[in-house]
Write a protein that binds this ligand. Sequence first.
Ligand code: MSP
Length: 557
Amino acid sequence: MSKYYITTPIYYPSSNLTIGNAYTSVIADCLARWHRMLGEEVLFLTGTDEHGQKLQQAAEKQGLTPKTFVDYMVKSDVLRLWQLMDISNDRFIRTTDDFHVKAVQEIFQKLYDQGDIYLGTYRGHYCTPCESFWTDSQLVDGMCPDCHRPVVEMQEECYFFRMSKYQDRLLAYYEQHPDFIQPESRMREMVNNFLKPGLEDLALSRTSFNWGIQVPFDPKHVIYVWLDALTNYLTILGYPEKTADYDKYWPADLHLVGKDIIRFHTIIWPIILMALDLPLPKQIFGHGWLLVGGDKMSKSKGNVVDPHVLVDIFGVDAVRYFLLREIQFGQDGNFSGEALINRINSDLVNDLGNLLSRTLAMVEQNFPQGLPEERATGDFDQELAAQADKAFTEATAHMEKLKLSAALESIWTYIRRANKYIDETQPWVLAKDEASKPRLAAVLYNLCDSLRRVSILVAPFMPATSREIDRQLGLERSEVQENCQGLPWQEAGKANLYPAGLVPQRGEALFPRIKLDETLSLMDRKARERSNTLADMKEADFAALRKGADVDELLHQ
Ligand code: MSP
């Protein structure tokens, strides 16, 4: 059985995660579910990046130790958000986990022993929010080139990593593996902006704060947070021990990252792996950003979108659908309440929801005991079946290329074709004439079978909706491979597998229609309420933690 190892970045738990962070995890989740559905042995990893000056400062601001602070943020926010978003990660790593700390120290020691790390003096600039060092020439107008915020001057004793030594090998690797970085344009960016001008050795330790993993032989230094963070993809497998997990899953198939951190994953990370003499991940995909009104989300701009509010109003699958549909492969996408509501009403209510409710209402009315075996084929059946096959072929091809939005487009072409089939075959006319019953049975059967196939196709994108479609169709789910209705993938998509005689269980509409203006004001109100409640709750919790309360007890875990 083939394996598929997919990772998200590990998130900073310094403040509550946003819909932008949720976007990264939802893409990874969709890909993980898709590969599970194909029958592959999937390892889907996510986690938290808990060291560094930014976290130390955030904890100090609350009068807490960094560890108490991150424990609270991870348990009260990150883990709950992934539960809310239906994220099906197999493992969760925290960089404060003992096994990780030990492994990072061993990696540092190994690189030092083999001469890839040396002690020197660092002179330059540090951007605290980005946890990044910059040289004079990299600054833009004296500011951090990534986030455009002020940097701090630094001069300190520091361990360096000989990145420059590996530069040519990395360039050659890119050339030999043109698919290594996706989208392709990002590879050119890395080559032109970083590799061609020449790599500088990387400052790999700090002495000005202490919330980090200590250099094993020189404990006044803590290890640079990005070395600590990137290695999570390996340490979770037990590395440096050669474990069964390591043998099975390394190299990773896909590191999914936002475009802001692609440099770390396509330059620093491969070079660390080369120095460790390990194979490189097969692919790194830098997705675009989710913007609000064309702008980056930020607390200072007050435009941060809280995923909890959206899920509360629209349900998790509508939010997942929007994220996966609205943002094209590798590009930026824009979030607005209006765009979200329009998508829900057109794609989910009109197209998918209607197809299910119209079909099941007619089955219930005409064949309350279930659809009979006696069915008469007729016009349009072929076209509908052909569109289904096309949807499976196209969606598979798009998913392989990580084009999730395009895959949804192909699936929706099929859903719309099925709705058109209802208009063409006019089952309400067939229902009036007893002699047309076999034809009516066939039309409704084809629709139920289409819905069964649609349910398989949408399962990785909207898992709960897929389960609900199956439930209403009267289909039983296998626990083992629930997304494929208990069938191997190659079988599941084939036509005519809906068992005749099943009695559908028509239920609520899959998605209620949303009133635009009313809901936009509701979103505003709920966002304000949640932001106030969250602030009060955190204040009270931090006060309790300062007095020595236990994080788990506080959060009732
Ligand atoms: N801790 C580092 C990653 C270390 S991985 C070895 C980090 N964390 S982060 O919490 O700041 O960001 C995590 C992910 O969220 C990144 O992929 C980032 O691109 C993504 N996003 C945060 N806001 C985003 C949007 N508004 N839109 C899309 N994704 C963005 O970086």
